[in-house]
Design a protein around this ligand. Sequence first.
Ligand code: FES
Ligand code: MG
Length: 604
Amino acid sequence: PGSKADYDLSRPIHPAVGMRQGLPNYGDPHFSLFLRKVFIKALGYSEDALSRPIIGIINTYSGFNPCHGNVPQLIEAAKRGVQLNGGLAIEFPTISIHESFSSPTSMFLRNLMSMDTEEMIKAQPVDACIVIGGCDKTVPAQLMGGISANKPILPLITGPMMPGSFRGGRIGACTDCRNNWAAFRANEIDIEDISALNEELAPTAGTCGVMGTASTIACLTAALGLIPLRGGATAPAVSSARLRIAEQTGANAIAAAKHKRTPQSILTEASFHNAITVLQAIGGSTNGIVHLLAIANRHPEVNGKITLQTIDEIGRRTPLVVDLKPSGDNYMTDLHNAGGIPALFNVLRPLLKLDALTITGKTLGEALDEEGFRPFPLTSQIIRPLDNPLYPSSSLAVLYGNIAPHGAVIKASASKYRHLLTHRGRAVVFAGPEDLAKRIDDPDLDVDENSVLVLQGIGPIGFSSPGMPEAGLIPIPRKLAARGVKDMLRLSDGRMSGTAGGSIVLHISPEAALPESVFGVVREGDVICCDVERRMLEVELDEAEIGRRVAERKDRLESRLEGLGPAETRRRPARGYRGLYERSVMQAQDGVDFDFLTANGASQ
Ligand code: FES
Ligand code: MG
């Protein structure tokens, strides 16, 4: 190995591989390389090791992140894959975001994680990078950052947790967390049971075991061609299969580095069409929409081409075929055991663009052919044929109307009372989550089962908690829940967990916190009309009245900074990351990314 050759001043440093890559940040490229090697040798690496392709491994382990509890074992297996194939694996950390331990919201931190990921991949001399992640916001952040950094990136998904068991029935985070909590609120189960359930809902490390956001994004990552079809999205976090995926990812990273398979060179509009087809076919999380838009907009050639309309159009021709909670009944382990992604993609073949490229250099069609798959009884139980779907089409639909001129989203397939998908009712309005918490269970609240529950102020900026908190699953008022009401039409500018269900309209844009928002001026008693079939969401007010209300509110917002209700607190400029966030965040239809991070954002 040519240590001396690296210091031969008469020869340029070329090619830029491993330790040789990087800007001549000390002005003198030979001296820069000399210094890099001085310092890395302090960790004990030999010239031989340092002459290999260098594969970075991003470590997102954290004591606060049980969804990433298996990351240490995954790193070990991925390193083995890299090193068996002649490379040098070097791990490094980025931030770690868990849903339950990210105040005010994990979404608030997603863009920060994407910046951390992008800049660390760019900064360090890696030829390719394995990015390990699983929990909801992590993989989107890593794909966003990875596409922007544009070195070969290989996602390695941590994998779903196993289901737990309670009195002989299977349970799992977190659809069953919500169902059981709702049952507890309605006095259907007692405090003994709810505390016993708490022990069993998340029985192993790994991501939520239903078709929530984490599982959704894992399936979309497979559709984008970035992870192995067999097991890459579905193998349980605690399985030996998951470790073999990690080893395989190490081997794939060496090949991707050698052929410089960067995300911008692999991903095309067709890849995103495939991802949206899969999103609709699995009854995926509404969060998947926001993330996909943000991911697509990081790609210079795809930016702006994938919109809410694309999601709706593809939905109209895509049936929901996967029977998993919250739209269906089963768990991710069932999908895995039924043949997983190869079985699913085989069913979806006629709807997929099979010539889209994958990280291995094969097309999606070639990768599928190579897998081959023979269906068995469990397959058709969990993955329905196209002509006998769980829901005929448009499991996720996009609505427009005067309160959502830039769109709103509903997971129609997860509605519990289907008649609510065409509904007209009186608005009961809450100005932010605090107001909701204060009044929702008030016995005097003027509400019945035909009312439309409206929660304002939980959009990207929001009244008090930025990042679209997952508060869109507005609880059924306790007095109605006690009478057995299980679903109502609910509207917000926020998000809901991918594990949740109900007749819930989300991501209303522009959000209530913006002065021009019509959603922000909806008042108690206004009549709301929603028609999912016609993709329509309206408040029954004439334009003049809307104009008057918006103008009046704008004046209020602009004339005073403090001392008003929660709706106005955001007007005070914030410092630090929150300040950056509030100045730069875009609305839901643009993926809630920062304006300066998209491919069309400010120049590098
Ligand atoms: Fe991490 Fe659900 S909390 S995936
Ligand atoms: Mg979630």
